[in-house]
Ligand binder design. Structure first.
Ligand SMILES: [Zn+2]
Length: 459
């Protein structure tokens, strides 16, 4: 039976338009009609099917998130860490779905397509795969952690993954392998605990690391005085400073060189295979990213700088790097992390605002992972850029629907636009606060309602 869904405003995510009082007609899982106000009134007058009336709502395509982790039984993160238990990754997909996301690109990057297909099959959200299977990326994962990697992961290649259905390359490097947040949170505290018996916080680990390696993972920026001061603050005052310096270097640095090789190899593969690549942009990769942006290699490629708003940069460094990317034809993805609501990993919105205020520095919004997967919802990012005046409604919606779909061919059937013939992946949200998601449809079937998953969501 066909369904007519009438909304306060329909955002088709194409051509920058909105339809006040519009509607869509859904039949057999697909959009069969997109109507303006007049068309909606006419259709409703003689409609042979169910009519869903949602005044004061916004109807838009299901959201597309091109930077996610922990959404499949694959090795976790570019560090190839042990996969999450099923209930955790399924739970992450639930969180994406209740907030309106209907397609995710898994960017952990070192899994197999069988693992991605398993996630796709077991949850209504469309799960698509990316590959980072280069020699450097795999070596970096093994150096940083690699607990989730088996021979079937380490023997994969980008070429075979693409043939098996991966739609993008990435994430090329990450905080775990480049001496970033993943080191501060997990690996460095674990190494310090093992060698000294002292428990340090993420902030203390970061402070110790930066006294030894600076923000750019450079042994030349070691400051003995700073290390002594920070060691004392972290309860490590009794440890021999040289031993502590070595411990930091030996924990953080082995994966860094390989991870940087992995970035080069992955960007080259993007040019060779004509497939988009997502590169981890952070202070530790900034010089390499600049070098790649200056490259005179003219083979066309879609290169997306991930989280251009990463807080390992200063805000002005982030803006300058994104400007150089824009001028080199790269695309910019801004990650919301948890900077709007959760604020466990990112406590400032300075970078976010500075990048969004720039000219064409941010093409796409995504979430990345946040602390233990507690990223803010993607829809909150959309609401924020509208409320702050960074973008209008139509453009903000396109940044999480048709734009990411266009950047990654094969990611979303129908291109994440409301148009005839496209799958009916839809979101209905409150007009004056998009964060209040009333209902989410995938393939025309309601899968979530007002923050609650419906039984159709899991296989
Ligand atoms: Zn990243």
């Amino acid at each position: 039976m066909p369904t007519l869904i009438r909304a306060g405003v329909v955002v088709p995510a194409t051509g920058g338009t909105i339809l006040e009082g519009g509607a869509v007609v859904v039949d057999d899982g697909r959009i069969v009609e997109v109507l303006d106000a007049l068309g909606a009134r006419r259709a409703a007058a003689a409609f042979a099917g169910e009519i869903v009336d949602e005044p004061d709502s916004i109807l838009m395509p299901g959201l597309v998130n091109i930077h996610t982790h922990g959404v499949s039984p694959s090795p976790l993160f570019p560090s190839g860490s042990a996969p999450l238990p099923d209930e955790r990754w399924l739970g992450h997909l639930d969180r994406h779905a209740v907030a309106g996301t209907t397609t995710v690109l898994s960017t952990c990057g070192l899994g197999t397509m069988n693992e991605i297909r398993e996630a796709d099959r077991r949850h209504a959200v469309h799960v698509r795969g990316a590959t980072a299977h280069t020699a450097g990326s795999i070596a970096a994962a093994l150096a940083a952690d690699g607990a989730g990697l088996t021979a079937q992961h380490t023997q994969q290649t980008i070429e075979r993954m693409l043939a098996d259905g991966a739609v993008a390359i990435g994430e090329l490097a990450g905080g775990q392998t480049l001496g970033g947040g993943g080191q501060d949170l997990v690996f460095l505290p674990a190494a310090i605990l093992e060698h000294t018996g002292v428990v340090v916080t993420q902030a203390q680990a970061r402070a110790l690391k930066e006294s030894v390696l600076g923000r750019f993972m450079d042994e030349g920026s070691y400051s003995a005085a700073l290390l002594a001061e920070r060691a004392a603050q972290a309860g490590l005052g009794g440890i021999d400073p040289e031993a502590l310096r070595r411990l930091v270097v030996d924990t953080v640095m082995p994966s860094v060189g390989s991870a940087r090789d992995g970035i080069r190899e992955g960007v080259d593969a993007a040019r060779r295979f004509g497939v988009p690549a997502l590169v981890h942009s952070a202070s530790a990769s900034a010089d390499l990213i600049r070098e790649l942006q200056r490259s005179d290699d003219r083979r066309p490629a879609t290169i997306i700088a991930g989280h251009v708003n990463h807080t390992s940069h200063t805000a002005s460094e982030a803006v300058r790097l994104a400007e150089s990317g824009r001028d080199a034809g790269w695309y910019g993805e801004a990650s919301v992390f948890d900077l709007l609501e959760g604020r466990e990993t990112v406590q400032t919105r300075e970078h976010w605002d500075a990048l969004l205020e720039g000219i064409d520095l941010v093409d796409v919004l995504a979430t990345d992972y946040g602390h233990d997967g507690r990223h803010d919802p993607l829809i909150s990012a959309v609401q924020d850029v509208i409320a702050r005046g960074h973008r209008g409604l139509a453009e903000a919606v396109e940044m999480v629907t048709s734009v990411p779909a266009a950047l990654v061919p094969g990611l979303v059937e129908g291109g994440a636009m409301l148009r005839r013939g496209a799958p009916a992946d839809l979101v209905i949200a409150d007009r004056d606060d998009l964060r209040i998601v009333r209902r989410v449809y995938i393939g025309g079937v309601p899968v979530a309602e007002r923050g609650r998953m419906l039984s159709a969501a899991r296989a």
